[in-house]
Design a protein around this ligand. Structure first.
Ligand code: NAD
Length: 359
């Protein structure tokens, strides 16, 4: 198969981790007879420095004109001082909305080899952790009207949380379909005891639950979900929720694994075009030192193969290679802990190791 990938390396550790992920992608191409053509586009601070904007219109077009997008991370202190409308992160919102990436999938898996890194290792996580958060990405309060105005001598600010039935239904379908391929269980998170948008959310989800009779369905309030994620995260399989709740809960869930550098994500549209990226940021504190953990980006490539290219065997092979590397005791600094038996490796050595376990 031949696939064209637009690569957005970005800032900070972005270029380092993406280089390792591309090594692994090329290894897959070699092993399974695929050609992965790459188109490199500047994004974030790197684009601001060159063109004065976080992504150019031409760059955006090149993100649309490909089979999938791979992103490192954007941002850093150098660009924190500029006009918020032109900040590096603005490019991400632009790419997400222009490409119609409405579904954000974040698998949260605790690797047995890294159990000691979890803050819950002795309690709620004893049975392991493998859940998927499906977050709505292009609607809700982040995209509703934001207004600040003066009234009766004081400043008032409002943010509108708005959802239409079709937006809820399409993310709901992603969740139910995802559950069918996993543990067949969906928890739909809302705040239906207070919010109208949540009442509509719940109504649409109930309609879908009837259609997907083979999937076990539950409603759960967002505050309870935050608590249950810490108390007993193993009870969850697929969690589906709106944009802001998903933003907060997915960060909470990722920390349960104790290793932010390990976590991949996929942002999907109604076509096979998606954007794949690790969940962490540009980690300016360790950029340029060749010590970042590239596994979150490498696992994002596995998600790209699975969800956009339907290359299931190839995706499984990457995930197994990552597992094997960890089992063999290799660790980047962030996941090494105090265990003297592990073999500490650099970012580029970790990429090479995954490639060697793919051979
Ligand atoms: P961060 O995720 O970049 O870093 C948090 C901590 O985790 C740091 O100590 C960092 O060294 C560590 N870390 C992160 N990824 C790692 C990896 N792969 N290997 C080893 N250690 C890793 O979050 P932050 O410090 O809050 O943000 C830094 C910059 O990244 C900011 O400008 C922020 O806006 C941006 N950001 C970008 C994205 C994105 O591009 N999607 C997401 C979040 C934050």
């Amino acid at each position: 198969m031949k696939k064209k990938i637009t690569v957005l390396k970005g800032d900070g550790i972005g270029p380092e981790i993406v280089d390792e992920a591309l090594k692994v992608l090329d290894k897959i191409g070699e092993k399974y007879g695929h050609t992965f053509e790459k188109d490199f586009v500047d994004i974030g601070g790197a684009s601001i420095d060159k063109y004065g904007v976080p992504i150019t219109d031409e760059g955006l077009e090149r993100c649309k004109d490909c089979d999938s997008v791979l992103l490192g991370a954007v941002g850093g202190p150098k660009w924190d001082v500029i006009d918020p409308a032109k900040r590096p992160e603005k490019a991400l919102l632009k790419v997400r909305s222009e490409l119609g990436l409405f579904a954000n999938l974040r698998p949260t898996r605790m690797f047995a080899q890294l159990k000691n890194a979890s803050p819950l290792k002795e309690t709620g996580i004893k049975d392991g952790l493998d859940l998927m958060i499906v977050r709505e990405l292009t609607g809700g309060i982040y995209f509703g009207e934001h207004k600040t105005y003066e009234e009766n001598g004081e400043t008032i600010a409002t943010d509108l949380m708005l959802y239409s039935e079709h937006e809820i239904e399409r993310i709901g379908r992603v969740a139910f379909e995802t559950a069918r391929k996993r543990g067949k269980k969906v928890h739909s998170v809302d705040k239906a005891n207070v919010l109208d948008s949540s009442k509509l959310w719940r109504k649409v989800m109930h309609r879908l639950a009837e259609e997907y009779g083979d999937v076990e369905y539950s409603d759960i309030l967002v505050d309870n979900t935050a608590m249950q994620l810490v108390r007993n995260p193993s009870q969850f399989d697929v969690i589906v929720t709106e944009n802001m709740f998903g933003d907060i809960l997915s960060d909470e869930a990722s920390m349960l694994t104790g290793s932010i550098g390990m976590m991949p994500s996929a942002s999907l549209s109604s076509t096979t075009l998606g954007m794949y990226e690790p969940i962490h940021g540009s980690a300016p504190d360790i950029a340029g030192k060749n010590i970042a953990n590239p596994l979150g980006t490498i696992l994002s490539v596995a998600m790209m193969l699975r969800y956009s290219f339907d290359m299931i065997e190839e995706a499984d092979a990457i995930e197994k290679a990552v597992d094997d590397v960890l089992t063999a005791g290799y660790r980047t600094g962030d996941i090494a802990g105090n265990d003297e038996n592990v073999k500490k490796v650099t970012c580029s050595e970790m990429g090479d190791l995954v490639c060697s376990y793919l051979s």
